[in-house]
Design a protein around this ligand. Sequence first.
Ligand SMILES: *[C@@H]1O[C@H](CO)[C@@H](O)[C@H](O)[C@H]1NC(C)=O
Length: 311
Amino acid sequence: MPFGHTNDSMVTEFVLVGLPVSWEMNIFLFCFFSSFFMGIVLGNLFIVFTVILDPHLHSPMYFLLANLSLLDLGLSATAVPRMIADVLSTHRIILFPSCMTQIFFIHVMGGTEMVLLIAMAFDRYTAICKPLHYLTIMNHKTCICFVVAAWVIGIVHAVSQFIFLINMPFCGSNKIDSFYCDFPQVTKLACVDTHVVDNVVTASSGLISMGTFFLLIISYIFILVTVRHHSSVGLSKAFSTLSAHITVVFLYFTPCFFVYVWPFPTLSLDKFLIILDFVVTPVLNPAIYTFRNKEMKVAMKRLSRKIVASC
Ligand SMILES: *[C@@H]1O[C@H](CO)[C@@H](O)[C@H](O)[C@H]1NC(C)=O
């Protein structure tokens, strides 16, 4: 057992060696990570509070949006503060339990977020393609079911991979070629045959991310086809909204593809790509779901006026 064992050769901490060594690059990364992280925290919290405090927004679409914001916030909070601290230090050590905790929460929240994205696409599909049945299909109960199902699937997804990892012995090198802990880089360091866990990770993470990717793309195609049938004026508006969504979907899922599915070594490309998922898409999600949405903009103005008035 890796825990409670006092063998000297057992790894009790890892060193994250993925960050660059040049200090100019580190200063740049520090500024980049901190400003994006501030944007992630402020933007997503603002959405959550707007949805909770404004009764006009108490509908499934906005509840799902607020849930997505919380998950975006949680996902980047598991990785980014640590990355910010590490770029400024030369002592990039992460203890074994922290590393395991980070892997676990990244997969719980990443998995949950993916199911939630499907729920949001389904919500938009229903609103646009089945407008007459929208209120009966997307009622409050369906919405709660989606949120609960998202968390259950996220947790099952994370646990299913984690049970293989937690019993693995680590006794050799403890240098992780990345700036956070995740499966492929960490299992590479185990001193047993890891191809079972590697296959489980590819199956579970690959299935959930690529499955979500294709479902989202298919739902966008359905929406476009429906809109095209109904009007040509709506098409350009729908197209501009959907193209923003599709761009974010590609930004979000490309790193997942290279980290979990692509079977060949990628020249440490994936460790930079993953910055998209922790730092960039958590800012873009609130932006595309919120600032392109009139109702939400009005609600935010109302909320800011209230905040200003009460100061
Ligand atoms: C998340 O979704 C559920 C289900 O609709 C809702 O009750 C809850 O208020 C949402 N969470 C937030 C922070 O809005």
